[in-house]
Write a protein that binds this ligand. Structure first.
Ligand code: C5P
Length: 223
């Protein structure tokens, strides 16, 4: 049996935090697939590649020069892109919106497929994204679809951005979340949706610990 847990869901559902905790708790690897799409978008903006130039973007995605390295003194994985730590730069709202545009292009998704699958080793993998259970790891024994109301997600994002010193209004974030959901759920390729065999969890009124406990229980039921 593949040692893979997929966690899909919209932005702000808590999947990134939950995926990190589970990977530390189980000692399994972590794939933050959103970071790959963000890196393609970031690189495109940096190198002046238009966000709708499919051939150039897919070639860029295929050759993406990134390493995920453990930050000294913490268990955080830092994306080192073209030799530079870009952990902060790829987390901006601008980069998220651009990522969702390049992620709607099939050749870009294809170009990132093998790179994502290579994360699944005998060590085990927690795969966080939008299509982990539906496309990238369809045989994963535990698939989670984590959701929360758009308002709750906007509030969480607002608090996160405030902590990192970005000043954005809640209304603007809610608007951005709705636009991004709309694009991610309605695109033709790999739209955001629960896999048929996914366990759906609504985290609106759950703590992170409660979500982690539910996923751990699902894992113990299959293993
Ligand atoms: O999860 P994160 O917000 O970092 O993802 C940024 C964007 O990348 C998402 O809005 C989505 O459009 C895209 N994405 C995707 N498939 C994934 C992960 C992210 O299309 N597996």
């Amino acid at each position: 049996m593949q040692k893979v847990i997929t966690i899909d869901g919209p932005s702000g559902s808590g999947k990134g935090t939950v995926a990190k905790i589970l990977s530390q708790k189980l000692g399994w690897n972590l794939l933050d697939s959103g970071a790959l799409y963000r890196l393609v978008a970031f690189g495109a903006l940096k190198h002046g590649i238009a966000l709708d130039d499919e051939p150039a973007l897919s070639e860029f995605a295929l050759k993406l020069d990134v390493k995920f390295v453990l930050q000294e003194g913490s268990e955080l994985l830092i994306p080192v892109f073209e030799g530079e730590d870009v952990a902060k730069q790829i987390r901006t709202e601008e980069c998220g919106a651009a990522a969702s545009k390049v992620a709607a292009l099939n050749p870009v998704r294809d170009a990132l497929l093998d790179r994502q699958r290579a994360f699944a080793t005998d060590a085990g993998l927690i795969a966080d994204g939008r299509d982990m259970g539906t496309v990238v790891f369809p045989d994963a024994p535990v698939k989670i679809y984590l959701n929360a109301s758009a308002e709750e997600r906007a509030e969480r994002r607002y608090n996160q951005l405030k902590l990192s010193g970005e000043s954005v209004s809640i209304a603007a974030i809610l608007n951005e979340i709705r636009t991004r959901d709309e694009r991610d759920m309605n695109r033709e390729v790999a739209p955001l949706k629960p896999a048929d065999d996914a366990i759906e969890i609504d985290s609106t009124s759950l703590t992170i610990d409660q979500v982690v406990a539910r996923i751990s229980e699902a894992l113990s039921n299959v293993g």
